[in-house]
Design a protein around this ligand. Structure first.
Ligand code: RIB
Ligand code: CA
Length: 302
């Protein structure tokens, strides 16, 4: 069975990714070895509390550990305006004890590492043996944080740059992940499919905050679920098109902070360090989400 480690900054779309992985774990389709957190959407400690909350509501117990709580070189900037004061929209998760020994989980033998927050832990670790899939960057595509930068890359650009100096990854960037959205109608389908699964009761207040954020930013009353589609890509659950690329990141504090660039034509004469996802089957992703929610929900029926 494929062994998965999720490194995330549990905000709302990370929470849906965690729900999906927890469902697959409970179904025996994967082994979720653990969850480690970085600071981004919220603090690394709050992201761990949020992850515990989501896993408990999914009826799954796996190790969660707080990772690096600051970007490599810069001050931490979080985004309560996007994910809510605690990172889960309007929800206020119960505080809980958290473990800080995140490197013990990274020492585990895992097949796939999925990174859905800033690459701070990944950069602190160095060379990674597992197959990595990372959500981040905007390639020939508008940023969501600055005109050229995506949030994960902007929060910790030095970590993103360092990660790609020592590792390669399958990269899900905004040009792909912004296309995977939920709206009130598709959320209702997910909730219906989840049935008696306790997590279903928390989704409305989690997603309402995210719908309102996206509406306020001209995207419509919907939510871009970046991290969930990234997990589906990582697990090979949806058809994708990828192409080799050499990625580098602007690690500075200027206007171009966190700008990501993919060399697709070997201008730099540097070996590729990424398989850049350029297209994904979005309808298939929605079908996969409902498939897992229905099977996962059925495990709560007696
Ligand atoms: O830019 C989108 C990414 O930033 C997602 O991972 C979201 O959770 C935020 O961390
Ligand atoms: Ca995230």
């Amino acid at each position: 069975m494929v062994r998965i480690l999720l490194d995330c900054d549990t905000g709302i779309d990370d929470a849906l990714a965690l729900m999906y992985l927890a469902g697959l774990h409970r179904l025996g389709e994967i082994e979720l070895v653990g969850v480690t957190t970085t600071a981004g959407n919220t603090s690394a400690t709050q992201a761990a509390i949020n992850s515990h909350f989501v896993l408990a509501a999914c009826g799954v117990t796996v190790p969660v550990a707080v990772g690096e709580n600051m970007p490599m070189m810069l001050d931490l900037v979080t985004t309560p305006e996007t994910h809510g004061i605690y990172g889960l929209g309007y929800l206020i998760p119960e505080p809980c004890d958290v473990d800080f020994h995140w490197m013990r989980l990274w020492e585990e033998d895992v097949d796939k590492l999925i990174v859905t927050g800033p690459a701070t832990n990944a950069a602190a670790w160095g060379r990674i043996n597992a197959d990595v899939t990372l959500m981040g960057g905007a390639y020939n595509y508008p940023g969501n944080t600055t005109p050229t930068a995506e949030w994960n890359s902007w929060v910790d650009p030095h970590a993103a740059k360092s990660f790609f100096q020592f590792n390669s990854a399958t990269v899900c960037s905004l040009g792909v992940t912004e296309r995977f959205t939920l709206d009130p109608g598709s959320l209702a389908e997910v909730i219906s499919a989840l049935g008696p699964a306790p997590i279903a009761t928390f989704l409305p207040e989690m997603l309402r905050f995210y719908f309102e954020f996206h509406q306020a930013h001209g995207e419509g009353y919907l939510a871009q679920i970046h991290d969930l589609i990234t997990c589906m890509v990582a697990l090979g659950k949806v058809p994708v098109i990828t192409r080799p690329a050499t990625i580098d990141v602007e690690a500075s504090t200027g206007w171009l902070r966190g700008t990501t660039v993919a060399d697709l034509k070997n201008h730099w004469h540097r070996p590729p360090n990424a398989q850049l996802v350029t297209d994904v089957d979005i309808p298939a992703a929605h079908r996969e989400l409902l498939r897992v929610c229905e099977l996962f929900g059925a495990t709560f029926r007696y």
